[in-house]
Design a protein around this ligand. Structure first.
Ligand SMILES: [Zn+2]
Length: 61
């Protein structure tokens, strides 16, 4: 199980994405960012994706 915390990239936010692959996490983050942070599809840049990937951690839970 992989896990990503939104607050690890600097948001005041308790969202945690969980998934089996980086792609799953990234797509959950894209939905979350647009829905809960008012971001647009084009705001989700490769740079942001890279930041997210760098903060994905393995988790046993
Ligand atoms: Zn968030």
């Amino acid at each position: 199980m992989l896990k990503f915390k939104c607050k690890d990239v600097g948001f005041e936010c308790n969202f945690v994405a969980k998934g089996k692959t980086e792609d799953e996490i990234l797509s959950q983050c894209a939905i979350h960012a647009t829905r809960d942070h008012g971001m647009k599809q084009e705001d989700i840049t490769d740079e942001l994706r890279g930041k997210i990937k760098a903060n994905i951690h393995k988790s046993l839970f």
